[in-house]
Write a protein that binds this ligand. Structure first.
Ligand SMILES: Cc1cc2nc3c(=O)[nH]c(=O)nc-3n(C[C@H](O)[C@H](O)[C@H](O)COP(=O)(O)O)c2cc1C
Length: 212
């Protein structure tokens, strides 16, 4: 059940902040967090107020040299129909022999959830100082922050890319500049079915102590 976010006001620049925030609720969310498959999303979706709050939270992301190397397109309502037309046109350009049935399915992709946040990695033209890679990592962190913030507010969601994220026609239609890329489409809504636990790696398989 979505909750109305009760956020503290944005601190003044230079205000002293807590270095840690012991929070059992946050630990519980991380321990049990799962994405909801896009096919299991439906309405309703986050309100404008919810979106404003989750974007504000998500943008509190690590960002080397404060370059803000990302931006977000909010796609909801009838804009999803237009995005579906863009996806279908892109599919036809990629695959001129595509069937009408597949084009119709492509057109419906954005209708799978009421709200889509398109996170755009937008690195600055100053790669000598902050490597592009670090700027792209910041965009990825923003995507994850969005998932966590939206789920903490009670919304189901998933971070996907699919072919559309890498398609030049889609980039042009969404107004991406040449140096920009789509970090992800964050589909948000309510879940028709609860997600189920999946296999995760053990800590020992992925984390080892380096001792020199
Ligand atoms: C950059 C990126 C792109 C992804 N693209 C897709 C995608 O196109 N389709 C898909 O089914 N899952 C995609 N995923 C995976 C899902 O977001 C999700 O992580 C996965 O279903 C596992 O669920 P979990 O987040 O609960 O572990 C992508 C993940 C990342 C990080």
């Amino acid at each position: 059940m979505p909750i109305r976010p009760d956020l503290p006001p944005e601190p003044d620049i230079g205000a002293s902040l807590e270095p840690a925030h012991p929070s059992p609720e946050t630990l519980r969310l991380l321990a049990l967090r799962r994405s909801t498959p896009v096919a299991a999303l439906t309405g309703p979706g986050p309100s404008a107020e919810d979106l404003d709050a989750m974007l504000r939270l998500a943008m509190r992301v690590p960002d080397h040299r404060k370059l803000e190397p990302w931006r977000v397109l909010i796609i909801e309502g009838d804009a999803r129909i237009k995005l579906g037309e863009v996806f279908a046109a892109a599919r036809r350009l990629r695959d001129p022999d595509v069937s009408d049935e597949k084009l119709a399915a492509e057109m419906l992709l954005p209708m799978r959830a009421p709200v889509i946040l398109c996170v755009i990695s937008s690195p600055t033209h100053d790669p000598k100082k902050t490597p592009i890679w670090e700027q792209q990592l910041s965009a990825g962190a923003l995507c994850q922050n969005l998932l966590i913030a939206s789920q903490a507010m009670g919304w189901a969601g998933v971070w996907i890319t699919e072919d559309a994220a890498y398609d030049g026609h889609v980039h042009a239609a969404l107004g991406l500049n040449a140096h920009e890329q789509i970090a992800g489409f964050i589909y948000l809504g309510a879940a028709t079915n609860p997600p189920v636990e999946r296999q995760r790696p053990t800590v020992s398989a992925k984390a080892t102590r380096w001792t020199g």
